[in-house]
Design a protein around this ligand. Structure first.
Ligand code: ADP
Ligand code: MG
Length: 612
């Protein structure tokens, strides 16, 4: 912390004295570089943090600059009024550009946003309002507190303050719950939705943020150059910006800034050989993508981990699970209760020709542990996907806690008290274990996003409270030693436990576990049984898909058996194991049948299905 403050203070002093040593031309280059740095922060937020491909950032830049130009020269507004309107206007454009992101992702989104960037240049080149190819000149120089900012030295200081605020605000967002949810969405949009992140709204928010930074950069550019023309907002500059962000490191806003400043200065140095320079940028970008995906910003971490590999931290151990406080008996009902927390009514799901689920009906009582078993491909995961809102059923409906759940998006169901894990682990892999859990804890909504601008201290306090709760949860699941680790660096069993901790972070009423014992060793399976029992004792209903019959038989009150997308049996473990259809469809072989009826005495690691 102290180290950071020193670096910050040194940077501030250096920035303050910089103009004293610079010629008029050099300060102009620096001023333009800062404009690009602000533009790059916006790009970093939308691409690096929120994971949305955005090739329209130069168009946002252009909208901000052209709007300022038009409002000051054609309409005759003062510079500052025009500036405020331009930033707002750009934000509106950003929201419009963000709408395709609701429907499409990755390269499709790239193509659409690139199209918008091209469309903007063509508008600017052809529209009489925009002055055609010759652009708009005569933008008045802004004055501030009586200072005439037409001096590029003074403009530098003005820009510096705007830049510092823009960077600080960006970094604040990245570190606070909003940025965390955006990063979760970037790593795994599906899992983010399942823990309550409003994925669509977050995408829009990311584009809006990027466009505000673009608009701000545009306004500064118009005030600095006092002339706008189409070529500044060309596709070539879009790729330059992309190179800045990728080379600097898109996951880090400071990296984006370093990339922007560095490449701006480099471009100036290579202005005589600009054609070759373009090629060189392309080559460096390609090399960066392959060899240093996190760009310059990722290098310190690489050096540190290379160093750490030589002295591995063996001290980290998975701690014991500390059981939840048992809830009072009227909360934990179990099989005798007659209130349903989940009511699945005649659900069917087809994928083109394939019928994955057919007329599936069952009810789960509040406080029960329900097992769902069935051969691979029988539709168990599909059933969970329908229940948790990932898939819309082709027919039938799901009632969760007395309210229809069909058609509601996953994040709404998560907020209503449903949580799940995934058969093939879906952790947010670029985030630490602690952050994974924090995303699960996060119950903030996009509608209170205004607080980031108007009440940041409230956001900060909420975040601290989340950290406190997160630490408690990590301690409960014995994950304290792994809190700062990247999920992929952990043993498989530990990752599974992190996923359960993340699901439990949202204090759900219903927990869906999809093959949680797959890949675990005997001791880990025993611990899993303990965790699930404790979760149920705390008042949470659990539905568990599992191939490990020992675990299912010893833990579940009732078991639902699926085969080829239909329920073929349901009942207590003893009842189910006696059903002829089950024996035929699922077990089929005499040796295993013995195990299946043996109930509680079974060793926990008896696995029926060899392919987890
Ligand atoms: P289980 O979890 O019981 O092993 P699944 O629910 O994963 O089974 O799959 C049931 C059937 O549905 C399988 O035949 C699978 O190939 C098919 N299926 C599942 N998801 C999809 C999907 N998104 N698109 C097409 N087919 C799918
Ligand atoms: Mg499955």
């Amino acid at each position: 912390m102290r180290y950071r403050l020193v670096v910050l203070a040194l940077a501030a002093v250096a920035a303050w004295v910089l103009p004293y040593g610079l010629s008029l031309y050099a300060i102009h280059v620096v001023d333009v570089a800062i404009v690009f740095a602000i533009l790059a922060i916006g790009m970093g937020l939308v691409m690096g943090i929120a994971g949305q491909i955005n090739l329209a950032q130069v168009a946002f830049f252009g909208v901000g600059a052209y709007m300022t130009a038009v409002l000051t020269t054609h309409v005759g507004m003062g510079f500052w009024t025009a500036a405020v309107l331009s930033v707002i206007g750009t934000a509106v454009v950003g929201l419009l550009v963000g709408t395709p992101a609701l429907r499409m992702q990755s390269h499709y989104l790239g193509i659409v946003t690139l199209g918008l960037a091209v469309a903007f240049v063509s508008w600017a080149t052809n529209s009489p309002l925009a002055g055609g190819a010759s652009g708009i000149s005569g933008i008045p120089a802004p004055t501030l507190f009586g200072l005439d900012l037409s001096s590029e030295y003074l403009f530098y200081y003005f820009e510096l303050i705007v830049f510092a605020c823009a960077l600080a605000f960006g970094m604040f967002i990245v570190r606070m719950p909003l940025g965390r949810r955006m990063r979760a969405m970037r790593d795994d949009a599906l899992a983010a939705g399942a823990v309550g992140a409003e994925v669509r709204s977050l995408r829009m928010a990311a584009f809006a943020l990027a466009s505000v930074y673009g608009g701000l950069a545009g306004v500064l550019y118009a005030g600095l150059i006092r002339y706008v023309a189409p070529e500044t907002f060309s596709i070539a500059n879009m790729f330059l910006l992309l190179a800045m962000v990728i080379i600097g490191g898109r996951h880090s806003l400071v990296g984006c800034v370093v990339g922007a400043l560095g490449l701006s200065l480099l471009r100036e140095a290579l202005v005589d050989v600009s054609t070759y320079a373009q090629l060189a940028y392309g080559a460096v970008v390609a090399l960066t993508v392959v060899f240093a995906p996190n760009g310059l910003a990722g290098l310190p971490g690489r050096v540190r981990s290379a160093w750490g590999r030589r002295r591995p931290d063996k001290a980290a151990v998975l701690g014991d699970f500390q059981p939840y406080e048992p809830a009072s008996p009227d909360v934990v009902g179990g099989p005798d209760r007659d209130d349903w927390i989940l009511d699945v009514r005649g659900v069917g799901k087809r994928f083109r020709g394939l019928i994955a689920l057919q007329d599936v009906s069952f009810q789960v009582r509040a406080g029960e542990i329900r097992g769902i078993v069935g051969p691979n491909g029988s539709g168990k995961t599909t059933l969970f996907n329908v229940i948790s809102g990932l898939y819309k059923p082709s027919s039938g409906q799901v009632i969760f806690a007395g309210k229809p759940a069909t058609g509601r998006p996953p994040h709404q169901l998560a907020h209503a008290g449903m949580a799940r894990t995934f058969q093939n682990l879906r952790l947010f892999h670029l985030m630490s274990v602690r952050e994974n859990v924090l995303v699960g804890l996060d119950r903030s909504r996009i509608r209170s996003i205004w607080r980031y601008l108007l009440w940041p201290i409230g956001v900060f306090r909420d975040d601290r409270e989340m950290h406190r709760a997160g630490d408690e949860l990590l301690a409960r699941f014995g994950l304290v030693d792994f809190a700062p680790a990247a999920p992929r660096s952990l043993p498989y069993g530990t990752q599974r436990r992190v996923e359960i901790a993340r699901a439990m972070a949202g204090r759900p009423r219903l927990l869906l576990l999809d093959e949680p014992a797959a890949g675990l060793n005997g001791e880990e399976v025993r611990q899993l049984g303990e965790i699930v029992r404790s979760i149920r004792a705390s008042g949470v209903t659990v539905i568990i898909i599992e191939h490990n019959m020992g675990l299912v038989m010893s833990m579940c009150e009732r078991i639902t058996v699926l085969a080829s997308g239909s329920v073929i049996a349901e009942g207590t473990p003893a009842e189910v194991s006696r059903t002829p259809e089950v024996i035929e469809a699922y077990l089929g072989d005499a040796e295993v049948n013995d195990n299946f009826s043996a109930e509680d005495e079974l060793p926990p690691a008896t696995v029926l299905d060899a392919t987890p």
